[in-house]
Every structure is written in C-alpha cells, then in structure tokens.
Design a binder for this molecule. Structure first.
Ligand code: KG4
Ligand code: ZN
Length: 332
C-alpha cells in the first residue's frame, strides 16, 4: 500500500510517499526557517501563508522523486495535530481535497505518533514491542511505553518547557539565532561541559521533566557575567547541553528499569542532538537496553513518518471523513 503523507504542523512543509509503512519512495521537506529567522521564532501567520504557497510544489516533487503519479497512490495521511492550527489546516484541507478528487481513503495522524513511527522507516532492525520511547521535540518532552502501533502509555512529560524549547530559548538569549538547538550542539562540541554547573530539576522518583529553571539559571548567569564570546561561549553551550542531556538520560534509564524494557527509541527534533544520541545509548547499554535512533533527517519534522503512522491506522481500518479537522492540542 502506497500512502501519500502530508505534514504542515509547524514550520516545515513536507510530503512523502511510503510503501507498507516502511519503504520511503519519495520524501520532500521544505523548511521555512529563513522566513521566520528575522522574528527569532515561528510566526503562525507567516507559517500558514508559506504552507499555502509550498504545499502543491512539495507534493509534486515527492511524487516525482518516487517516480509515481497520484494514480499510483492508495491512501492519503495528514497530520491533524498537535501544532499551529492555521498551519495544520493547510495540510488537512489539501489531504481532504486530494482524497475527495481521487476517491482515496483518508486518515488523520498525530504528529507525535509520526515521530514514534519514524524509527521503522527503511530500518532493517527496528525496535520490537514493547519498548520505551523518549520523544523530544520543540513542543514535547515525553517518556512513552510503546506496546505496539497505536498502543501508547505516557510515563512522564515536561511540567513546563519542552527540551527543544529550552534549546531554542537559551540560544535566543545568547544571540545564537533561530532555531538554536543545532547551533548549541555545534558549539558544545568544543566546549567544557563542566565549566558551569547548572541545576538538574526533579531529581526524585518522578518520570516528569522540568526545564524552565535551567533556562532561568542560564539567564541569571548571563545577567551576572554578560554574553560570553569564543571559548567561553562554547563552554556555556556545553554546560547547558550537559544539563539537558543529564535530565533526559536519567529519567529514560529510570523509566526503562521501572517498565523492565529491553529496547528503546529516541525520536523528535532534539533526537538529532549528537550528545544526547551518544549519552543515552551509553547509559542504556549499561542496563543492557538497546537504543534505536533514526537518522537526524528523520528525527526532525518530515512527512514520511506521517505516511508510515497513517499506514498502520489504515491497516486497522481507520478512515477519516471530509469533516476531518485539525486539533491544535491533539493528545497522543
Ligand atoms: O520535531 P521537531 O523538528 O519539531 C517539533 O515537532 O517541534 O523539533 C524541533 C526542535 C527545535 O526545538 C530544535 O531546536 C531542536 O528540535 N533541534 C535540536 C537539534 N536539531 C533540532 N536540538 C538540539 N540539538 C540538535 N542538533
Ligand atoms: Zn515534530
């Protein structure tokens, strides 16, 4: 079954064709980063307008790359939430129009479920079930027990900022531009993570996270010392990143032990972080837990993960009607 996926939840316009939920035939992501950069963050209205302009060419390119036409497509899947409602609306309306015109089955997918399904794409050895998922993106930080496709149990979540949000806000504070996660990742490579000690929140038994105190600690440090330059900036980036990674790793290890899970996956945009990938794999390996991580381009937003998640819903018999609507805060 060839599913055409459409993703427009935030600032990437994406379309992809995936066969049987695993083989990626075409996969196009058009980033709006340049349009939002002058504002230091995503502007919802600007995002919606760019999606309107980009969605058709992106769809066409994904089909061309797959050497297919719409006549070869068996079903349409789109992200219906969570995300910016105006941005989601563009993808949902496009999907509905295509499904109606071509008389194809339609399914709406959770963006978070998409991130959890990305690890199965073009992967000869995906994680088995049950497994632990650490989902870290710009909007979410969650520990999830995954018992099968569509079978999820939330074990822990952030009580304030998401991990990616912390990266982006700290980067903005330091004048490193938007989006900041990838810049901090790069600077931290040559920084000393022990240079500054930042707090690790919620050290107790809970599997929840909190990153707003860490963000404030960086602000207080900057108010006292000013914005550093050169090596001192790299040290600050490394110390901050170490604090985020420590918190994520510690809770993930705790969750795997609590649920007695032998496999885990790391997903979402922050899963592209080089230190998190390394540290989490090493810490879980000490408990004989195998970590699966998609390649970085499948960690950040894409439509292949939406097509794959949609495939499993379609196989279970799910169909959306033309009354499908976006839901800005859709739970997993
Ligand atoms: O999953 P995603 O592409 O979009 C959402 O669903 O939110 O995640 C975007 C987030 C941003 O906060 C971005 O700064 C962060 O992922 N990110 C990173 C890295 N690459 C992207 N954070 C840390 N290190 C990276 N290399
Ligand atoms: Zn995402």
């Amino acid at each position: 079954m060839k599913v055409l996926g459409i993703e427009t939840s935030c600032d990437e316009t994406a379309a992809a064709v995936v066969e049987d939920g695993v083989r990626v035939l075409g996969d196009v992501v058009s980033s709006q980063v340049a349009a939002h950069r002058p504002y230091g963050g995503v502007v919802p209205e600007v995002a919606s307008r760019h999606h309107v302009i980009n969605v058709t060419p992106v769809l066409r390119t994904a089909l061309d790359d797959a050497k297919l036409t719409l006549a070869d497509i068996d079903a349409i899947a789109c992200t219906r939430g969570p995300g910016l409602v105006g941005a989601l609306l563009v993808g949902v309306q496009t999907a509905k129009a295509l499904a109606y015109a071509r008389k194809l089955p339609l399914v709406g997918v959770s963006h978070l479920e998409g991130h959890l399904t990305a690890v199965h794409l073009d992967n000869p050895e995906p994680p088995g079930f049950p497994h632990l998922a650490l989902l870290v993106s710009g909007g979410h930080t969650q520990l999830i027990r995954v018992d099968g496709f569509g079978q999820y149990r939330l074990l822990g979540t952030t009580r304030d900022d998401a991990a990616g949000e912390a990266f982006d806000k700290v980067a903005k504070l330091l004048g490193l531009g938007y989006p900041g996660g990838v810049v901090i990742d790069r600077l931290a490579k040559t920084g000393d993570p022990k240079a500054i000690h930042f707090p690790r929140a919620l050290p107790g038994r809970t599997l929840d996270f909190s990153f707003s105190g860490l963000k404030t600690a960086v602000r207080v440090w900057v108010e006292k010392h000013g914005i550093p330059t050169g090596q001192a900036m790299n040290d600050l980036a490394a110390s901050f990143q170490q604090a985020v990674c420590d918190a994520l790793v510690r809770k993930a290890v705790k969750a795997a032990r609590q649920e007695n899970l032998r496999e885990a996956q790391l997903g979402g945009g922050v899963a592209a972080n080089s230190q998190l990938r390394r540290d989490l794999a090493a810490a879980l390996a000490e408990d004989d837990v195998k970590l699966h991580v998609p390649p970085p381009k499948r960690c950040t937003d894409n439509a292949a993960m939406i097509a794959a998640a949609g495939y499993h819903r379609l196989v279970r018999g799910e169909r959306a009607g033309l009354d499908l609507n976006p839901q800005a805060s859709l739970p997993l």
